[in-house]
Design a protein around this ligand. Structure first.
Ligand code: ADP
Ligand code: MG
Length: 421
């Protein structure tokens, strides 16, 4: 299994994250805006017309359920992708990513934007998807700077898509319907970038709310905000590994779920997605599936149930239920869906039983990336210290730890300086 340590040092510089138990340090909001304005002006010769931000996300529970039309419970986090934008006289898009240290120039339009296979496919893909949807955009200079760690499973990709998408549309003077924006960004990632992601990440970046998680029905796109307790912190522990296997196995899992749905639908008329199948029906038709596909389907069914129960636990204040639900979710992802790895299992084991930990599980697609831990605020500092030490001792790797708050979805945070009161 090939492994790479993902961009730890670059992230340190760009995301103000300190290694280990010292936790996270954020640059104040207006300092970020000023940073972006200054960098924009230095690159493009004049300041931006407006500055936008869209958040990354962490998924509390509901993993590998979005692309099967199930339920998810993500939280938009206070690590954002920031975008400065100003119109150009021509119809070109000139886009610079500070994180990558690279720029791209393209004349946009469905036929003129070309896929390159690198980072610029994300912001250009959003322009491509907008044009495909019949939206006329303007030429623009765009400056990107993201605090969301890239490739760690906290959805830097959707934060980028949604931030630039919102900026393009707002600058073109178009009203923004958030669910349309989320779908447009998903289309960009599916069809232009070529990553078959579900709708969860873009939806969280669009609809996140401070102090809340978002219960999303990925089939109907119905959603409701679920309040999070103020004295519980979201502690995200990044294993700092990402096994190369992840991308290909993701596609294999999707195909397995599709095949399972197809076989079950043949026996059970009316079944459109896996959530239409009851646990009893799954058991009854187990022989149609074979052991591997059966286990994949069992994960999806049980995980959908856990999402509903977790949302109810938050809403009713029965926080004691969360530990079991998150532990079961992790076990199901490890044993039935088989997307965990040694580092994630170790990180979860180390968290379990620590004082003040309400629940712990892998989050994101798997094969590396992060765990999400719900930790009583009073125990958080000690938890961060202890898990960093223990993970280092067990794996020989220093984890990155992010203590996040639930944040607002995409928004314009500032106009051009001259337009401000
Ligand atoms: P995740 O969304 O979990 O961070 P992905 O693999 O889905 O991981 O997306 C990461 C990719 O998104 C990067 O490899 C890069 O191409 C693109 N990306 C994300 N943030 C930025 C950024 N700030 N600048 C340029 N590209 C970015
Ligand atoms: Mg992504």
């Amino acid at each position: 299994m090939g492994t790479k340590l993902h961009r730890g040092l670059a992230r340190l510089r760009y995301h103000q994250v300190l290694f280990g138990y010292r936790g996270t340090r954020r640059t104040p909001f207006m300092d970020k805006v000023e940073h972006l304005r200054a960098k924009f002006a230095a690159r493009f010769g004049a300041g931006p017309a407006a500055v936008y931000r869209a958040p990354g996300r962490v998924n509390l529970i509901g993993e590998h359920t979005d692309y099967t039309g199930g339920f998810v419970l993500p939280v938009a986090i206070d690590l954002s992708c920031w975008v400065g934008i100003a119109s150009r006289d021509d119809s070109n898009l000139v886009i610079y990513s500070e994180n990558i240290g690279d720029s791209v120039e393209a004349n946009f339009g469905p036929r003129s934007v070309r896929r390159s296979g690198n980072w610029s496919d994300y912001p250009l893909g959003v322009a491509w998807a907008a044009e495909k949807a019949g939206i006329r955009l303007r030429g623009a200079n765009v400056y990107i700077q993201s605090e969301v760690p890239i490739g760690a499973g906290l959805s830097s990709s959707a934060a980028l898509e949604v931030a630039v998408g919102y900026a393009y549309l707002d600058q073109a003077g178009l009203a923004i319907e958030r669910s349309k924006l989320a779908l447009l960004c998903q289309r960009a990632e599916n069809e232009f970038v070529g990553a078959r992601c579900g709708i969860m990440d873009q939806f969280a970046a669009c609809y996140g709310r401070a102090g809340h998680a978002l219960l999303l029905d990925c089939r109907s796109l119905e959603h409701r905000l679920v309040p999070l307790p103020a004295d519980v912190q979201l502690v995200i522990c990044d294993t700092i590994v990402k096994h190369e296997l992840g991308a290909s196995e993701y596609n294999v899992r999707r195909a397995e779920c599709e095949e399972g749905t197809r076989r079950l639908a043949e026996a059970l008329p009316g079944v459109r997605t896996l959530r239409d199948v009851t646990p009893a029906q799954l058991e009854k038709h187990r022989d149609l599936l074979g052991n591997t596909i059966y286990k994949r389907c069992r994960h999806v069914l049980t995980e959908n149930d856990r999402v509903q129960k977790a949302a109810a636990a938050f809403e009713s204040g029965r926080l004691g239920d969360l530990g079991q639900l998150m532990a079961d979710s992790h076990r199901s992802l490890r044993d039935d869906f088989e997307v965990s790895c040694k580092e994630l299992d170790v990180m979860v084991e180390l968290a379990s039983g620590q004082p003040g930990v309400l629940g712990s599980r892998m989050t994101g697609g798997g094969f590396g990336g992060c765990t999400i831990n719900l930790v009583n605020a009073a125990n958080s500092a000690e938890f961060q210290h202890s898990i960093a030490e223990r993970y280092s001792a067990a794996m020989g790797l220093r984890p990155n730890i992010y203590v996040c708050e639930a944040a607002e979805g995409v928004e314009r945070v500032a106009n051009a300086r001259s337009e401000e009161p």
